[in-house]
Write a protein that binds this ligand. Structure first.
Ligand SMILES: [Zn+2]
Length: 92
């Protein structure tokens, strides 16, 4: 699965964007995601923080180059509660 918010996909330190949830893992802000490529464990909150940083960077880029893109893709409290809903297949 990809850990994605809007247009932003979280990456493992190895560069992979494919994550798995360890079978024994519980949903919540401290749950762990495992990289499907290298097996590196990254905490959910770290992935959220990474996406937050990327969203902030892209927002600055948008200010520099105005576009019609919607600002709705920012991570927020509703996203934090979604948890395993992000699991599953994504058509692209
Ligand atoms: Zn990895």
């Amino acid at each position: 699965m990809q850990f994605r918010v809007g247009q932003i996909v979280a990456k493992c330190s190895c560069g992979s964007t494919d994550f798995k949830i360890p079978a024994e893992e519980q949903s919540g802000p401290h749950m762990n995601y495992m990289c499907a490529d290298c097996g590196h464990i990254t905490q959910y909150s770290k992935l959220v923080a990474q996406i937050g940083r990327e969203a902030s960077r892209q927002r600055k880029d948008r200010l520099a180059t105005p576009s019609s893109e919607s600002p709705r893709s920012e991570p927020g409290p509703a996203f934090l509660q979604r948890g395993k809903a992000a699991r599953g297949s994504d058509p692209d």
